[in-house]
Ligand binder design. Structure first.
Ligand code: HEC
Length: 132
């Protein structure tokens, strides 16, 4: 029973986290467009938004502390914004197996199944595309 309550609490925490993240990531697109750029952007059709699995978004929350919510990392951490899904997935699998040496990434990548790494990779491509 105790364990069940803990699991439910964890689930609620994850949901709140995900909601918060959604607000942050969608919030930026609601910001007013810079007036100097508005004439130009008014003529361009907006690129269609990509969609990825909500599970990928939740799994990617643990990456945000280092790589940012949109893959644009702060400081010396390499950015992962703008990469292809194949690149990110291959990098993560390399970190997981140790084929690609790393300081911290092997520990993070080992926490996910290959399917989950794929979902995370797809999520970062989606968010890169949608925040361009
Ligand atoms: C503690 C900070 C930290 C966290 C959390 C973290 N990373 Fe990283 N990431 C790094 C660092 C540092 C590197 C450079 C490789 C290394 O030394 O581990 C890196 C490298 C990468 C690269 C390779 C970038 C390139 O230019 O080839 C990818 C892809 C990546 N991380 C994805 C992720 C994903 C996806 C997650 C979440 C599952 C994640 N990272 C979580 C710090 C972090």
């Amino acid at each position: 029973m105790e364990e069940y309550i803990m699991a439910v609490k964890q689930e609620i925490r994850m949901t709140i986290c995900a909601l918060f993240f959604t607000v942050i990531s969608t919030g930026s697109s609601m910001l007013p467009v810079d007036s100097s750029a508005s004439t130009k952007s008014a003529k361009q059709l907006p690129a269609p938004k990509l969609e990825s699995s909500p599970r990928g978004q939740i799994l990617a929350l643990s990456c945000a502390s280092c790589h940012g919510t949109d893959g644009k990392s702060a400081g010396i951490i390499p950015s992962i914004n703008g990469f292809s899904a194949e690149y990110i997935e291959t990098a993560l699998k390399g970190f997981k197996t140790g084929a690609r040496p790393s300081t911290v990434m092997s520990r993070h990548a080992k926490g996910y199944t290959d399917d989950e790494l794929k979902l995370i990779a797809e999520y970062f491509v989606t968010v890169s595309h949608n925040t361009k």
